[in-house]
Design a protein around this ligand. Structure first.
Ligand code: THU
Length: 139
């Protein structure tokens, strides 16, 4: 099985279950994410909006924070799936790409899926080329 298909097979269901818990009364755009660690543990996140709009938390960063809070070492997250209901696979925002880059493994895969057949997938170099990295702070 292709890595993309295997990743969807493992993580689409938990991502869609997380989307069902989304708190998105303003955008009506639920997002669910599941991320897996090297040891096979799965962590979930959904978007959580607020009447003070700028405080909205994206699903990707919620899932990554959940993994870190549970004790996963940064760099040991191997794959992340984004699920949005409907027929379009959506792309992650720039802020989430920056956080993915710092916390996920160098060979990590990010996949977006939906209720239809469309999927999108990115390697780490694809989702954030020419990144700002921790080493940048030392130069
Ligand atoms: N959202 C995410 O959860 N992830 C993204 O990568 C893009 C946007 C959420 C934030 C907000 O609750 C809604 O989608 C519309 O922007």
């Amino acid at each position: 099985m292709r890595k993309i298909d295997a990743t969807i097979a493992q993580l689409k269901r938990p991502a869609s279950e997380a989307a069902a818990n989304s708190y998105s009364p303003y955008s009506h755009f639920p997002v669910g994410v599941a991320v897996v660690s090297e040891s096979g543990e799965i962590y979930r996140g959904c978007n959580v909006e607020n009447a003070s709009f700028g405080l909205t938390q994206c699903a990707e960063r919620a899932a990554l924070a959940s993994a870190i809070a549970a004790g996963v070492t940064p760099g040991k997250l191997t794959a992340l799936v984004i699920y949005t209901p409907g027929k379009t696979a959506h792309t992650p925002c720039g802020a989430c790409r920056q956080v993915m880059h710092e916390l996920m493994s160098t060979d990590s895969l990010v996949v977006s899926c939906c209720d239809g057949k469309e999927t999108k997938a990115w390697t780490r170099d694809e989702y954030l080329p020419d990144p700002f990295v921790p080493d940048s702070l030392l130069k």
